[in-house]
Design a protein around this ligand. Structure first.
Ligand SMILES: [Zn+2]
Length: 93
């Protein structure tokens, strides 16, 4: 593994690590931050929820690890909102 990650991929790396945590079975009950597969709008949904309607394009998104890209996880709604904000800011560049 390379020891020096470039700044541009730093946040992607963080997201990868968070995604790994999901796979390692972090306790449930939190929130999942994901991007809509159609319009890529970032939003969050409560862990365990089966579907979520995208607020932007209106598509019904299946909340399943194989169907969506889970960007991050949060332990509560407040943290989820903060993460969505942070991720949107990073992607807007
Ligand atoms: Zn959408």
């Amino acid at each position: 593994m390379a020891s020096s990650a470039s700044h541009s991929i730093d946040w992607r790396l963080n997201i990868c690590l968070m995604t790994l945590n999901v796979k390692n079975g972090v306790p449930l009950g939190g929130y999942i931050i994901f991007a809509c597969p159609k319009c890529r709008m970032i939003r969050y949904v409560r862990e365990g929820q089966k579907t979520a309607k995208c607020l932007k394009c209106g598509c019904q998104v299946k909340i399943h690890p194989d169907k969506i890209l889970i960007l991050a996880r949060a332990k509560d709604a407040k943290e989820a909102v903060e993460m969505v904000k942070a991720l949107k800011a990073k992607l807007r560049r």
